[in-house]
Design a binder for this molecule. Structure first.
Ligand code: 5RP
Length: 225
């Protein structure tokens, strides 16, 4: 299977994983990216079996609406049963790097509201140590140079993502050459820099379940396995 087929396989596996838990009042949190898109398309099959979804980006909201899946504002719901999203990297503790699609802040907010965070990823995303994928940081535009200088002090090489404006109207710095041995600590340190909205480390709130697409099939990995 190629990478796209693996993404489709994990999207389908996620649907099978949540199906037995769906009720007519269930609200799901939905991520962003090509793997999440496959999941949204799969979800259309069961759209009458749950109430609706909260989206982590305008793009995912549009796709959900195209499938006639009701989209709710996060502030209008009291909690989410599941959050289903892809990742750019995952380690065996299911700590993630996310934000390749620039939706990291809303993704982190929606994930924080979910009882269970299911990460769906193909095997290329599985790493021992996070950091080969440049770490995305959402930054208030006027703080760009200041934040970049602070990130250099932390040992990274920040690069401005040209032409990218987030759904929140901010910019992205991608930080290269980090070898992230203590993801929780680095997540907290970067979030302390004035002007940072959030960073793409999902370590304080890692995924609970990883559905990893491999040539041998979809593996289910739990955070405390
Ligand atoms: C978007 C994300 C995505 O989950 C991540 O970039 C993975 O994308 P894809 O499923 O297209 O490989 O964090 O901000």
């Amino acid at each position: 299977m190629n990478q796209d087929e693996l993404k489709q396989a994990v999207a389908k596996a996620a649907l099978e994983y949540i199906k037995p838990h769906l009720q007519t009042d269930t609200i799901l949190g939905i991520g962003t990216g090509s793997t999440a898109n496959y999941f949204i398309d799969a979800l259309a099959e069961v759209r009458t079996q749950f109430e609706g979804a909260v989206a982590s980006s305008e793009a995912s909201a549009e796709r959900l609406k195209k499938h006639n899946i009701p989209v709710y504002e996060l502030n209008a719901v009291s909690g989410l049963e599941f959050y289903i999203d892809g990742a750019d990297e995952t380690n065996p503790r299911l700590e993630l790097i996310k934000g390749g699609g620039a939706a990291l802040t809303r993704e982190k907010i929606v994930a924080a509201n979910a009882k269970t965070f299911i990460c769906i990823a193909d095997e290329s995303k599985w790493v021992g140590v996070l950091g080969d994928f440049p770490l995305p940081i959402e930054v208030i535009p006027m703080a760009r140079s200041y934040v970049a200088r602070e990130l250099v002090k932390l040992g990274g090489d920040p690069v401005y993502r040209e032409g990218c404006v987030t759904d929140n109207g901010n910019i992205i710095l991608d930080v290269f050459n980090l070898r992230i041995l203590e993801p929780v600590k680095l997540e907290q340190q970067i979030n302390q820099i004035t002007g940072v909205v959030t960073n793409g480390l999902f370590a304080m709130r890692p995924a609970d379940v990883l559905l990893l697409g491999s040539q041998e099939g979809v593996k289910t990995i739990k955070a405390n396995d």
